[in-house]
Design a binder for this molecule. Structure first.
Ligand code: GLV
Ligand code: GLV
Length: 340
């Protein structure tokens, strides 16, 4: 291979690696056992000559790494993630390194996890499972694990026969069309139609929604978006789901809120000090916690690996070269809109 491409982790599937090899790349995959590579580990991987790197959201891609990559002749960095809060895009631009992310292929997989967490929280699935395994079930009772019925309630994104209220800088036209069409379908079948509304503020969503699912990118404007004050605006028995980034929620305030409001429930895929949880969170019965698996379907993870590889390859070979419909989005720069 003429070009040297490094992947900081083994990635799912074979498509991504075959694409690179077919296009003159020699691929080196780091097989170090430790879960999270340090900046020094990655500098060692980059070495003296490296045309591009495929990296992970756990890595700190800032000034140090982009200057090292640039010194090694590197032109491209593919983040195997849709979120890119681990990447200093301005530093990348400064050193002439293009950055790509992997939008599109995560959308449905993440939505399915958010829905799973909502349902699991509403019906107290994890608590009930623990109860069974502990051998505590000694017969049906009218009040055993009574939870919330989501039908007819209002969700902060999209749900099952649920009304929608959302807040976004951008208008979610497709989502609105979907809910409208679904509402018409229900009406045609003699059921009460679902409705949607774009709220004029996030607080409006927090006050009205029974299920609130968070999906912003993490940046200065969304750090601790959900804080003590905003938690207090939510319904006492609301369900909060976070599949975005941990620091979007003030986790200390959340633990406090969970403690004081036993009917309030939360489903968390991400954590403020990931991989750690704030003290007390693990003891909260009204929290369901899973280890950042929102994008963890085989199809999506292989798609992310492929997109990350295509991003790097496209730049090395002179982007744009790919006509695959799953292909990369344009490279990010400081003017890029947030990924869809
Ligand atoms: C996952 O968290 C991603 O941003 O891809
Ligand atoms: C519950 O199992 C019922 O039959 O009501």
């Amino acid at each position: 291979g003429k070009y040297r491409v490094v992947s900081t982790k083994p990635m799912p599937g074979t498509r991504w690696i075959n694409l690179l090899i077919e296009q003159d790349c020699r691929v080196e995959i780091c097989t170090q056992k430790k879960t999270i590579l340090s900046v020094d580990d990655i500098i060692a991987l980059i070495g003296d000559k490296c045309d591009g790197v495929i990296g992970q959201l756990t890595e700190d891609w800032g000034e140090t790494l982009f200057s090292a990559l640039s010194r090694a002749g590197g032109k491209a960095f593919g983040n195997m993630a849709v979120g890119y809060n681990n990447v200093d895009v301005n530093a990348a631009n400064k050193y002439g390194v293009a950055v790509g992310n992997t939008p599109g292929v995560l959308t449905e997989t993440t939505a399915e996890l958010a829905a799973s967490l909502s349902l699991a929280a509403a019906r107290r699935i994890v608590e009930a499972d623990e109860f069974m395994r502990a051998g505590l079930y000694d017969g049906w009772l009218p009040h055993l694990f009574v939870g919330n019925l989501l039908k007819g309630q209002t969700v902060g994104v999209e749900g099952f026969k649920m009304n929608l209220i959302y807040y976004d800088l951008y208008q979610a036209t497709r989502l609105e069309k979907f809910v409208t069409a679904y509402g018409e379908f229900l009406k045609a079948n003699g059921e009460r139609p679902v409705t949607w509304r774009r709220a004029s503020s996030m607080d409006e969503v927090l006050q009205e929604a029974d299920v609130i699912s968070l999906h912003p990118i993490l940046d200065k404007t969304t750090y601790h978006l959900i804080n003590k004050e905003r938690l207090s605006k939510m319904k006492k028995d609301a369900i909060l789901v976070n599949c975005s980034r941990g620091p979007v929620v003030d986790e200390v305030a959340l633990v406090e809120h969970l403690r004081n409001n036993p009917m309030f429930r939360v489903g968390l895929d991400v954590f403020e000090d990931e991989p750690f949880m704030k003290p007390g969170l693990a003891d909260m019965k009204n929290a369901i916690v899973v280890p950042h698996i929102a994008s963890a379907s085989k199809w999506t993870r292989e798609g992310m690996a492929t997109l990350a590889a295509l991003n790097v390859l496209g730049k090395i070979k002179g982007y744009p070269v790919w006509s695959d419909p799953n292909r990369v989005e344009p490279f990010l720069n400081e003017n890029s809109p947030p990924p869809a």
